[in-house]
Design a protein around this ligand. Structure first.
Ligand code: ATP
Ligand code: MG
Length: 577
């Protein structure tokens, strides 16, 4: 490819809404262009990268026994109503109507469509197991699209679905996908970690996320170096701390003027925060109801609420739980902003963290302005409607498996695998007949890779102040031959010869023949991140060129044929990933 013909216009600056390296560099390198918020167009170089990632995904899926199909991004509402997700998926589901007012959505994922596809043709155990997948554009009307390809509203996802006879079959299918994912992300050059994960709107139970480690990642990973436990913070269980036995003292209402936070009240009363109870008030919007249900959540004052655990406990979608409007909730329940406690609260469900069961003589709000109560005890003074682990496990807390202090890291979720079990096959009646002609639900798994997000995650991990440093396996081109003097016949001839030799050997090459200063050419080559650069300049008559790897600082002057041989050796060693 001649750079003079390449549809490419690199930029010195990225727009100010681009905050992180991958977003900035993909825009500056003209790999992607923004259409509207959260929607991007792929330019030639970016599209080449994306296709290479897709190819790696495809190869590994096929190798694991998957079969590729393609379904429509337009999905009829009826399928989503059947599974119960037309409501449960919430405002992220991109709903559209046709001219006859019939409801559709632009698919954010495709469990319903795949289950529907399978139920119409699979009837016997003899046809199981199998795995079908697609690489398809997905739509999610994200509340906050940001970070370019990392959280967009239109993105490319590979989604696979496995159908098995039983749990043992699912375990094998799941493991095969887990292994395939590890190979995919390794080949893309990512430093990643599989961690136990919550299942969110997809459902089922048993799941791992594959997280590319990166400071800008939105996923918090909690891990233990001692026993190997690794989970998303959303998922990580919390081992309750056993509080010392104490005799229950009589309750005592105390004046605590203006102490609306745990810090304030604890310092005012001189008690440690672990002896206090924190209240969090929510409204829960149940399906079909115009008014919310108000709930009060209580956890130890020094803990953080894990909202995912709360919504799982309540068995409602995450979007249906919002902080309560205290002005509305107060008169109905007795809650008083900053002074709410479980004693004196009425007409609202109390959801309590399990750690409070054995906590003695705690301080909590008195449901009266400027007052708290001392020596409150669960069981004697109040009851709870639901008791569950609602705590967020944080760096330094005890590992739920072995008790050692845990660590935390940030990651970008690039893929997730789920054991759906029979969630969709039962609700959508995807049954098969076993050996004894008994009807049984198929046992399903589903497996997603964010293909476009993976591209951004790679840039996040592979860049420097000058631009992207693509791993060879997904680089848009392997080599850039930089021709310094475009009018110098000797230089031109040598650059052409090197390009031809490389291309004949199967390498993908850009010949930078543009009428630009060498500095501009070097800057662009660095920005777009081509792994190998061969510069043809003044020493062309002696067949001497500069050879430089994008990932290394030093360059080497060498014979042109040696440079070609060296480039081919590196490409062949690295292009598969
Ligand atoms: P997140 O928690 O980041 O919103 P998710 O868990 O909802 O993602 P899944 O339903 O597991 O996402 O989708 C499978 C994969 O699709 C994810 O692992 C991720 O790589 C990718 N993905 C999901 N949402 C987006 C998005 N808005 N933009 C780009 N990629 C996405
Ligand atoms: Mg996910």
């Amino acid at each position: 490819m001649r750079a003079s013909k390449l549809f490419l216009s690199t930029k010195r600056e990225a727009p100010s809404d681009a905050e992180i390296a991958s977003h900035i560099l993909l825009l500056r390198a003209d790999m992607i262009r923004k259409e509207v918020g959260g929607v991007y167009n792929f330019m030639p170089l970016g599209w080449r990268v994306l296709k290479k990632i897709e190819d790696i995904v495809r190869q590994e899926m096929d190798r694991a026994g998957g079969q590729e199909i393609l379904t429509s991004a337009m999905q009829p509402a009826e399928l989503w109503q059947e599974s119960g997700r037309w409501y449960a998926y919430g405002p992220e589901l991109w709903r559209v109507k046709d001219r006859n007012e019939r409801d559709f959505c632009l698919g954010p994922t495709a469990e319903e469509v795949f289950t529907d596809t399978v139920r119409s043709s699979i009837t016997s155990h003899k046809q199981l197991p199998f795995n079908i997948y697609q690489i398809q554009t997905k739509y999610r009307d994200e509340a906050r699209p940001r970070f370019g390809l990392i959280r967009s509203r239109e993105f490319i996802m590979k989604d696979a679905y496995s159908f098995d006879k039983d749990e043992a079959g699912l375990d094998k299918s799941y493991q095969d996908m887990y292994d395939a994912y590890s190979r995919v992300f390794t080949r893309c050059g990512l430093d990643f970690r599989p961690v136990e994960a919550d299942t969110g709107a997809i459902g089922g139970n048993g799941s791992h996320e594959f997280c590319a480690l990166a400071e800008v990642g939105e996923e918090e990973i909690i891990y233990c170096d001692n026993c190997g436990m690794a989970a998303t913070a959303e998922k990580a269980a919390f081992a309750d701390e056993k509080m010392p036995e104490e005799e229950m003292l009589p309750m005592e209402k105390v004046l605590t003027p203006g102490t609306k936070t745990i810090e304030d009240v604890c310092s005012f009363l001189g008690v440690p925060q672990e002896k206090s109870i924190k209240a969090l008030l929510f409204s829960v919007w149940h399906e079909g109801s115009d008014d919310p249900e108000y709930i009060a959540v209580f956890i130890r004052g020094d803990r953080q609420l894990n909202k995912v655990k709360l919504v799982n406990t309540l068995d409602v979608p995450e979007f249906a739980v919002q902080f309560a409007d205290e002005a509305l909730m107060g008169p109905l329940t007795g809650a008083v902003g900053g002074f709410t406690g479980p004693v004196g609260l009425h007409d609202c469900r109390i959801i309590m963290d399990s750690e409070l069961v054995g906590a003695r003589n705690m301080v909590c709000g008195a449901c009266e302005a400027d007052h708290h109560i001392k020596n409150v005890n669960y069981g004697r003074d109040f009851k709870a409607d639901i008791i569950a682990d609602l705590k967020l496990l944080q760096e330094g807390d005890r590992c739920p498996v072995c008790g050692a202090p845990v660590k935390s890291a940030k990651g970008i979720e690039v893929g997730q695998v789920f054991k759906l079990r029979t969630k969709y096959s039962e609700s959508m009646h995807a049954f098969y007949k076993d050996e004894n002609m008994n009807e049984k639900p198929m046992v399903m798994g589903c497996y997603g890779i964010g293909v476009t997000r993976t591209m951004a995650a790679v840039v996040e991990q592979h860049h420097d102040e000058n631009g992207i440093i693509w791993p060879m396996s997904i680089a848009p081109y392997h080599v850039i031959v930089t021709l310094v003097g475009i009018k110098d016949e000797a230089q031109k001839a040598l650059a052409e010869e090197i390009t031809a030799k490389l291309e004949d050997a199967g390498a993908e090459v850009i010949l930078d023949d543009r009428d630009e200063r060498p500095g501009v050419k070097f800057k662009d080559a660095d920005l777009i991140g081509i792994p190998v650069r061969i510069t043809v300049g003044k020493k062309a008559p002696e067949r001497q060129v500069e050879f430089k790897l994008r990932r290394e600082a030093d360059l080497e002057v060498m014979d042109a044929d040696a440079a070609v041989a060296r480039a081919l050796e590196i490409i062949n060693a690295e292009k598969r990933g």
